[in-house]
Each structure stands twice: as structure tokens, then as C-alpha cells.
Design a protein around this ligand. Structure first.
Ligand SMILES: [Zn+2]
Length: 496
């Protein structure tokens, strides 16, 4: 294993790359022997320490600080670890598979040889440590942990790990790790965020507490002790960077830890806010290291562009992944209670700078609550038209709905609305307005749909061209849109 590590150690691997390498290559090495023998504890620990060193080291020649032990890293990801394998437990889970074979199939050749060799005068049960996850029913052995009732190494290992977690933690995890690992961000950022939650990072205060350095004072401002929250939010540059993306933490309690702060961030329902805040935290920590270790200074603009390009790249990647069943996207689906769905669409007469827009609000049964068709003058371009149409959310709020899903068929408009970074185009002011209005909802989201799923709204916009005044309908639609409503509803029926 050490040789494998050395052959890879020279290549530049991020912690994300190392995670994959450990899980797919290193952990697989001892599997064969572990399925036949109970390896000595010392030996498992040795293997784990090789992997641990590899995980924490900075390069093949530079050691890294081990901020926590292998046992903590081997906790499943959603419970706060990295999900590496605890070799001792995995060994037991593998051996139990042999045991399972013996118990369920004692008359096999393997079973008879094993019995003759290891427990000729007793049964398998008395020969091993008892296990209360197994019981027999009608002469059949049942493994209660897995629904199938059949033992698998995976479920056996999970069972052992769960026992361990219940032992060491008070399970106060509020799902935050699930959120972190679920972020659509590069692995290096997610791992950094994971480290931040435990403060596994060399801040001046951490180094001072470990007696590695002689001063806890912030190397950037030289004013106060540098704990992570200071670097992240309070220190001069950090403050400006947050301001540049439109976030102000000045009312924030300075003594809060990162874990609590992140919980706050994830509670923010603005689309992508978690992603942007996480990326910013990561970028600020990187900038701090560049400054204190390499003496390289990054400007607010530099950091801002790094954040911006990562978010943009991840969005583009996501957009490139084709929707698995494209046809589904073309079928209108009702919202789930307590949500209402607002479909909106707009038409634009480019020469006159006239726009027409329409929207329809429907409930979870697909029934129309309200529909409307509206005319606007002096509109600069077709994107702006969509942004204006999106203000249909006003009417939803007016009617007392606090949960809404907004759907339009213009991708540009939806992408811009979902973007948290400021927009300096013509549309910017409208977007800002939409965001402010959106904040009066308890829950609101904006989605792009196929035109075919947005036909009712499309017809509503069109209707305005042939009538003299703006008009709305309560629990009703203009006749021209009815056929499309019927189609949406029939899609509903065929799905059931
Ligand atoms: Zn400072």
C-alpha cells in the first residue's frame, strides 16, 4: 500500500482527488485477505495510518497536520466524517459473510470442512460472538438489518458503523453535512467546508493553542486574535468581498462558530445562496493563505472573479447534463400542497417596444385560481419582457399564497433571476425587484420549463393582442387557453 501511495504521491492530488484514490484503490487492497482472516488490530492501524498520512499531507515531501484521527474520518459523510473505511469493522463484516454462508448452508462442502476444523462439537453460534441482528424464523435465518433478510457485507458494515456512531456522538447533526456534500461545487470546496465546520485549519489561534506559534494575532490586520470567523467575516478584505456580492454580516454575532454560521446560511432560501457563501468562504481562506504564506496579495476584484467563475462553471456544467427524460419536461405538473404554480409568458413587438404578458396560477389539483393578460409600453428587449412577466408573483402574493413555484419558458430570464451575483444589464433592476418581492414568500422558486408545458400562459399573453384592455379572470380562463388547460390536465390523468 505504501508503494501505491508513493507512486501517486508525486502527482498533484487535491484532497478531493485523494478521497477518490483512497476509496477506490487503497481500501480495496486488503479486501481479499480480510475476507478470510481476522487481521491483527495493529496491522489495520498501520494501514490506516498510511492512508491518513496520505490524506493530510500537503505534497509527497511535505507532511500535513493530522487534524483528526482515522476513526473520525471513517464516520459516514452525512454524519460528519469523510466515509473512509474502518478496516477493523470492515474485516468483521467480511468475515461475517463467511459466517452467514455457514449458518444458512451448513451442509455445503465449505460448511462441513469449516465445522470439522473449527468447531467440531458445537454449532457456529456458540463458536462465535453472539449477534442479535440475526434470528431464525421457521428454520430460516433472517438478517434483520437488511429488508431482504439476507446478509450483505455492506449492511453488516453499516450496522457496525452505526453502533459506533451512536456510541460517540449525540447525533446533534441537523443535516448540515448532507447539505455540504450535496452542494453542486468542486470537491475541493466541499472538503474545505467540511474542514471549516471542525476548524481543522491553521488559523493563528489554532496554531497558538497547539503551541506551534507564539502569537494568536491575525497576520492580516494585526489587530485581534485570528479565529476562523474573524478571517471569514470580520477581517478587512473579507468584509469588502462579502459586500461586493451583496451580503452584510455586520449584525452578526462575532462569537458564533462556523458550524452555526453555515446553518444560518443554509436556512437562507435564496436560490444558490449556500453555494455562493460556501465558495466565498473557501476563496477567502485561500486568499488568506496566499497572503500569509506566499506573500501574494489578491484584490477584492480578484477574489470576486474567482468566486464568480466557479459558480458560473458549475452552472454551465449542470446545464450541459441533458435532462434524462426530456419528454417529462414538456408535461405540465401540478405543484404539491401548499404550493401554487404560476406559469408566465410574454410576447414582444420589437418595432413598437410593446410587450404582452400573461400568467396563470394553479393549485395542486391543477385548477385555475386566477389568470391575467397585461400590456406594457416602452420595453427595451425581449429578456426584459420575461423579467416583467415574472412579476406575476405579485398577484400570487396578493391572493394570499405564501408558497409558489414560478415557471417560464425563457431560460435566460430564469437563470438571471436565480443568480445571486448582481446583474448589471438592463434586466438588473427588474431582477432585483423580483428578488425583493420573492422574499415576502415563505417559499418560492423559479424554474425553466419546456414551452409545451407553458402553453396556457403563452395563450394568455397572446390574447392581449386582440382585446382593448388588460383583463383578469378568477377561477377561469379566456376561451383560447382552455384547450391547453385541458391538455395539461390530461397529462395529469395519464400519469396516474
Ligand atoms: Zn484580521
Amino acid at each position: 500500500m505504501r508503494m501505491k501511495v508513493q507512486s501517486w504521491g508525486t502527482r498533484l492530488l487535491s484532497q478531493g482527488g485523494k478521497e477518490v484514490f483512497i476509496k477506490t484503490v487503497l481500501q480495496a487492497i486488503p479486501t481479499y485477505s480480510m475476507s478470510c482472516f481476522l487481521l491483527p488490530k495493529m496491522f489495520c492501524m498501520k494501514l490506516e495510518s498510511v492512508m491518513s498520512r496520505f490524506w493530510w499531507q500537503k505534497s509527497s515531501t511535505r507532511k500535513g497536520m493530522h487534524w483528526c484521527n482515522w476513526a473520525s474520518l471513517s464516520i459516514p459523510k452525512n454524519c460528519g466524517g469523510i466515509g473512509f473505511r474502518d478496516l477493523g469493522k470492515f474485516n468483521v463484516a467480511l468475515l461475517a459473510k463467511q459466517g452467514w454462508k455457514l449458518v444458512t448452508n451448513p451442509d455445503s462442502l465449505f460448511g462441513r470442512i469449516y465445522k470439522a476444523k473449527y468447531y467440531p462439537h458445537t454449532s457456529f453460534w456458540n463458536a462465535t460472538l453472539g449477534n442479535n441482528s440475526l434470528y431464525s424464523s421457521k428454520d430460516k435465518m433472517v438478517w434483520s438489518v437488511d429488508n431482504s433478510g439476507i446478509y450483505t457485507v455492506r449492511s453488516g458494515y453499516r450496522c457496525l458503523v452505526e453502533l459506533y456512531i451512536n456510541d460517540i456522538t449525540n447525533t446533534n447533526y441537523t443535516g448540515i453535512y448532507k447539505e455540504i456534500w450535496g452542494l453542486n461545487l468542486p470537491p475541493k470546496i466541499r472538503i474545505a467546508i467540511w474542514r471549516f465546520t471542525y476548524e481543522y485549519i491553521p488559523t493563528a489561534v489554532n496554531l497558538y493553542n497547539r503551541r506551534i506559534s507564539s502569537s494568536p494575532i491575525c497576520p492580516s490586520c494585526g489587530e485581534v486574535p485570528e479565529n476562523f470567523m474573524h478571517t471569514l467575516l470580520m477581517c478587512g478584505l473579507a468584509k469588502t468581498v462579502w459586500q461586493s456580492i451583496g451580503v452584510d454580516w455586520s449584525n452578526f454575532n462575532e462569537n458564533m462558530d462556523f458550524y452555526t454560521w453555515l446553518n444560518l446560511v443554509f436556512q437562507n432560501r435564496r436560490h444558490d445562496f449556500g453555494k455562493i457563501a460556501a465558495t466565498t468562504a473557501w476563496a477567502l481562506w485561500q486568499a488568506r493563505n496566499k497572503r500569509t504564506m506566499e506573500g501574494k496579495r489578491q484584490s477584492v476584484q480578484d477574489i470576486y472573479s474567482i468566486i464568480f467563475s466557479i459558480i458560473k462553471e458549475m452552472r454551465e456544467l449542470k446545464d450541459k447534463i441533458p435532462t434524462p427524460v426530456n419528454a417529462m419536461n414538456s408535461i405540465w405538473k401540478p405543484p404539491q400542497e401548499p404550493f401554487v404554480k404560476v406559469n408566465f409568458d410574454a410576447g414582444f413587438k420589437i418595432t413598437l417596444h410593446h410587450s404582452y404578458y400573461g400568467f396563470v396560477i394553479r393549485n395542486s389539483k391543477g385548477l385555475v385560481m386566477r389568470s391575467e393578460t397585461i400590456f406594457n409600453k416602452f420595453v427595451s428587449n425581449s429578456f426584459t419582457v420575461e423579467a416583467i412577466a415574472c412579476q406575476a408573483l405579485d398577484f400570487a402574493r396578493e391572493m394570499g399564497f405564501s408558497h409558489a413555484q414560478m415557471q417560464g419558458d425563457s431560460r435566460t430570464a430564469i437563470v438571471k433571476i436565480n443568480q445571486v451575483l448582481p446583474d448589471f444589464s438592463d434586466m438588473g433592476t427588474y431582477i432585483e425587484e423580483i428578488n425583493i418581492k420573492a422574499s415576502s414568500f415563505q417559499h418560492i422558486s423559479f424554474h425553466h420549463v419546456d414551452r409545451r408545458a407553458n402553453m396556457v400562459a403563452h395563450m394568455l399573453a397572446k390574447v392581449r393582442m386582440s382585446i382593448p384592455k388588460d383583463r383578469f379572470w378568477v377561477e377561469d380562463l379566456p376561451a383560447a387557453a382552455e384547450v391547453h388547460l385541458a391538455r395539461d390536465l390530461s397529462g395529469l390523468v395519464s400519469q396516474i
